[in-house]
Design a protein around this ligand. Structure first.
Ligand SMILES: [Mn+2]
Length: 317
């Protein structure tokens, strides 16, 4: 990692302006990786202008700065910048496709490598979060980062690892300790992640009351009419798939939520001894072994997905 990080920082040294892009529908790791890298570079290179670009999301602890919205950086700025994409496996998923118009483009990611893009790639699918890769790169050139940078990177690590439930990597735990030592407020992160609204709790009750099963799969399908009645959008419901997860009977679980245009957002999850990434790929999506997603054309595609997921067998791992 130290050897490759050198190439990254050589490029960073070369550019006055750096734009860092996360993925569409950002999660804690997309935000934390983009903003954490930006804040750390602000501190290391005060003469440079550095932007983090990612849509707003509500799990960011109070006090942390917000990123720029996709589409707001002028084209001429992007064209003369070093552009870095983080936590984003494919061109489709970059929150602002103009990232590829940068003079030099670097990809830093931890998803399985399914598509090459950019001029230089740092991809390590063994790492539980992209922010973990970025933190290791930063610490390889400087012993300290700012408290806000550390907190952003820790948010990425905590969220992508499911509060450390999905990783046994000693580096993830050691890095958490190091980020906390650098001033990241872990209590504030957990307070933010664990505090729910009454509405959200009521929604959880509703979701729990309507679980369907097919073979080893627990699932729910939300048509656009269902969602309109509930008062939620597909993008608000789909990420709540873990509400119905982790039962002994159903090691695989999924939500299918329909957009107004008729397509379905599918979120697929499974226990550690199963894999859903193969099904996601077959459906035109992608992701990790235990957490993947896809966009499905219609109800027939949803039925096919339910059939495939319900018939999954445990993997050897
Ligand atoms: Mn990630």
């Amino acid at each position: 990692m130290i050897k490759t990080a050198k190439k990254l920082f050589e490029k960073i040294e070369e550019y006055r302006t750096i734009c860092i892009f996360g993925h569409v529908r950002p999660d804690g790791d997309a935000y934390g990786s983009a903003m954490g890298l930006k804040l750390a570079l602000d501190f290391l290179f005060p003469d440079k202008t550095i932007y983090a670009v990612v849509d707003p999301l509500d799990l960011v602890p109070a006090g942390l700065p917000l990123a720029k919205r996709p589409g707001t950086i002028p084209e001429d700025v992007i064209r003369k910048s070093l552009c870095i994409t983080v936590d984003t496996a494919t061109i489709d998923r970059i929150c602002d496709r103009r990232a590829l118009d940068g003079e030099f483009v670097i990809k830093i990611d931890h998803h399985p490598l399914v598509e090459h893009f950019g001029d230089l790639e740092f991809v390590d699918p063994e790492k539980i979060s992209c922010s973990l890769i970025i933190a290791a790169m930063l610490f390889s050139i400087h012993p300290m980062i700012s408290p806000a940078a550390a907190e952003c990177l820790l948010l990425g690590l905590v969220t992508d690892s499911g509060g450390f439930r999905f990783t046994a990597d000693p580096e993830a735990y050691a890095m958490a300790a190091r980020l906390i030592a650098n001033g990241a407020d872990i209590q504030q992160i957990y307070d933010k992640l664990n505090t729910v609204s009454l509405d959200s709790l009521k929604l959880k009750g509703k979701l729990l009351s309507q679980i369907k099963t097919a073979g080893c799969l627990a699932y729910e399908v939300f048509t656009k009419e269902d969602l309109a009645k509930m008062g939620y959008t597909a993008d608000q419901i789909a990420p709540r798939v873990n509400t119905i997860g982790n039962t002994a009977e159903c090691p695989v679980w999924a939500f299918f939520a329909q957009y107004p245009n008729g397509k379905y957002r599918a979120e697929l999850r499974c226990a550690r001894n199963y894999q859903v990434d193969g099904v996601a790929l077959a459906l035109g999506g992608g992701g990790h072994k235990q957490a993947s997603g896809a966009e499905l054309a219609d109800e027939a595609a949803v039925r096919k997905a339910i059939q495939m997921l319900g018939a999954l067998q445990p993997s050897e791992a």
